[in-house]
Design a protein around this ligand. Structure first.
Ligand SMILES: Cc1cc2nc3c(=O)[nH]c(=O)nc-3n(C[C@H](O)[C@H](O)[C@H](O)COP(=O)(O)OP(=O)(O)OC[C@H]3O[C@@H](n4cnc5c(N)ncnc54)[C@H](O)[C@@H]3O)c2cc1C
Length: 279
């Protein structure tokens, strides 16, 4: 493993906000994980940081990255085992090369395979768990084992993995035959048209409540374009908060607070954060 002390974290979150962490640890293989978990406290697993807002104060934590666990192994019957640290776009590239289908609707989600699985990421009617067969984890007793999909509780943008403190080390997918490149291109075009991709952000800030869209509720509350410091509720996609340059952590949390209170007062709906906040 490689350990950095007093690690600057700003570049590790896609929001480009973050203070200095006590430790940043890059695991080189899954066998090192029990040792890391025995030796460090307040561990936070970080993938691409595309859903994680970091405080810009001192982060009294050990951030652990599994980016070196990125092997892809083909197994019989269209099954593929993938390291948790693999960039999801690399998995999409692999599926295209090998003509595997099933995750095209998710193309463009900028996380790691571990991050997408932990969040049960989804888009345009698909979700990562649609193609998952099993997940290799390190459990709360620091044992490495494999869980079948049926053994894991998951729902819209939720899995029990985070609550239980499990570490995803690899994910086995079962793919169909035939990669739908036209669908991927269509989705890319929709993302470019609807999302503020030229600014740092964390994607959707809030989950969509049952039967409603967070972006619509935010627009109806008159908050589109509202700014605190350099953080802004995107005009293009009001469920995104963007960093216009030098946003502080408190600018973003201020906007989150403003959205929650204004939407609640106006519609009675309590929005729930989709992003993960780390102090
Ligand atoms: C422009 C943009 C568009 C986006 N579009 C979508 C979208 O369409 N749909 C969608 O669902 N999300 C979307 N997102 C949000 C984000 O990309 C996803 O939630 C993604 O799954 C996060 O992956 P990550 O590796 O960046 O995770 P991180 O932000 O690094 O971590 C997220 C959570 O996963 C945990 N985690 C990470 N790795 C592991 C692991 N190996 N084991 C256990 N826990 C782990 C972390 O501890 C944290 O709790 C978007 C984000 C951006 C910036």
């Amino acid at each position: 493993m490689i350990v950095w002390k007093d690690a600057p974290m700003r570049q590790k979150s896609n929001m480009k906000i973050g203070g200095v962490a006590d430790f940043f640890i890059e695991a080189e293989n899954k066998e090192e994980l029990p040792e890391i978990y025995r030796n460090y406290r307040e561990i936070f697993l970080i993938g691409n940081g595309t859903n994680t807002l970091l405080s810009d104060g001192r982060l009294r934590r050990a951030f652990v990255s599994l980016k070196k666990l990125r092997d892809i192994t083909e197994l019989p019957e269209g099954r593929v085992r993938v390291g948790a640290g693999l960039d999801f776009k690399e998995l999409i590239r692999f599926m295209r090369e090998k003509d595997y289908g099933g995750l095209e609707n998710l193309a463009g989600i900028p996380g790691t395979v571990g991050g997408l699985t932990c969040m049960n990421a989804g888009a345009y009617g698909g979700r990562i768990f649609d193609c998952i067969e099993s997940v290799g984890i390190m459990d709360e007793n620091l044992a490495l084992r494999t869980l079948e999909k049926e053994e894991i509780k998951f729902s819209y943008r939720y899995t029990e993995i985070r609550d239980r403190g499990w570490v995803i080390v690899n994910v086995t997918f079962r793919f169909g035959k035939g990669f739908d490149l036209a669908r991927v291109k269509e989705i890319q075009a929709m993302r470019e048209a609807k999302q503020p991709l030229n600014y740092p952000s964390l994607g959707s800030t809030f989950k969509n409540p049952d039967g409603a869209f967070a972006a619509r509720l935010i627009t109806d509350a008159g908050l589109k374009g509202r700014r605190i410091g350099d953080a802004q509720i995107s005009e293009k996609h009001p469920n995104f908060i963007i960093n216009l340059g030098n946003a502080a952590y408190s600018d973003v949390t201020g906007l989150i607070e403003l959205v929650c209170t204004t939407v609640r007062a106006r519609s009675g709906i309590a929005l729930e954060k989709e992003i993960v906040v780390v102090e």
